[in-house]
Design a protein around this ligand. Structure first.
Ligand SMILES: [Zn+2]
Length: 304
């Protein structure tokens, strides 16, 4: 399993953990994009974090992590569909100049008003039903810090995150403090959170990227008693389709689509996530709008 997400509990500490490493899926996500290295790193960290967050909640639906701001990177979107099906994209400003060592704030938030939004979109959501969304300001030196704050605020759970990414892998560790169990048998271990945190803080970027989650868990926690759960295999999957692209054209409106067709033979929608191309010529467009207006079907899709 080259892509793996491992969940575990510490037997002697009220702490739960997750480790993820994406290789094949991550390479597929970046293959068709020529992101500058700092953007690849950031998008990889956000992707690893989104996988960790999605695995951490009991929820049937998609988790969407989105960062929007006024920097050279104007939008980052990562979607995690059920069964750990991932897709991710970054949109850069035209003619964006990006330093090799650009920080999170320089990349996304030069004006200080960037936002990080986490949306939970339930499977089978009815039209008009709003998905749950939590938004936090993009305050911090790393995406790990931003999300630690988010988890502290939204879930009221002490959380720590370590993230790393390059062009070939994206990886991360999430620790969360569990409420201390009562009862006579439970020996209160007040230092456990600190101890496990200190062990994890020894992790290097190279280890995160090079080791399988199982090997990394062993390296970090060999003195601890761990209870592992069966690992899951995240994978890249884009759910774009010709039909969804058609709905985007319907949402744009006939006038707008016709104005594009006045200048070229077809209107083409390119998927930001997987670079698939969907072309609609005049006949396709006429059919689309005839069907779209009679069935009245969806403008609920967001153009992406
Ligand atoms: Zn796609």
């Amino acid at each position: 399993m080259s892509d793996q997400l491992l969940k575990f509990l510490f037997r002697d500490a009220p702490v739960r953990g997750e480790i993820v490493r994406l290789q094949e899926s991550w390479r597929q996500m970046v293959a068709n994009h020529r992101y500058p290295a700092p953007v690849t790193r950031l998008l990889g960290e956000v992707t690893a974090a989104a996988a960790l967050l999605a695995a951490n909640i009991k929820f049937d639906g998609a988790l969407i992590l989105q960062i929007q701001g006024n920097g050279p990177v104007r939008l980052l979107v990562v979607e995690v569909q059920p069964q750990m099906r991932l897709r991710a994209t970054a949109k850069l400003r035209e003619a964006a100049v990006i330093d090799e060592d650009a920080s999170l704030q320089a990349l996304t938030n030069p004006d200080g008003d960037a936002r990080c939004a986490i949306t939970l979109d339930p499977t089978g959501r009815r039209p008009g039903q709003q998905p749950y969304q939590g938004v936090v300001p993009l305050a911090g030196e790393s995406i790990a810090q931003v999300l630690e704050n988010y988890l502290r605020q939204s879930e009221q759970v002490e959380s720590r995150l370590w993230l790393a990414a390059d062009g070939s892998a994206a990886a991360g560790v999430l620790l969360q403090k569990l409420p201390q169990e009562g009862g006579a048998a439970a020996k209160p271990d007040v230092d456990a959170w600190q101890r496990v945190g200190a062990l994890t803080a020894t992790v290097t970027t190279a280890e995160l990227l090079a080791l399988t989650p199982e090997a990394l868990a062993h390296r970090l926690y060999w003195e601890e008693q761990l209870q592992h759960f069966a690992p899951v295999a995240p994978r890249f999957e884009c759910n774009c389709s010709r039909q969804r692209s058609g709905r985007m054209l319907l949402a744009l409106g006939r006038d707008e689509v016709d104005s594009i067709l006045a200048e070229r033979d077809d209107v083409e929608i390119v998927c930001d996530f997987c670079s698939a191309r969907y072309a609609f010529d005049r006949v396709d467009v006429a059919q689309l709008f005839a069907a779209g207006t009679t069935s009245g079907f969806g403008s609920t899709e967001q153009p992406h």
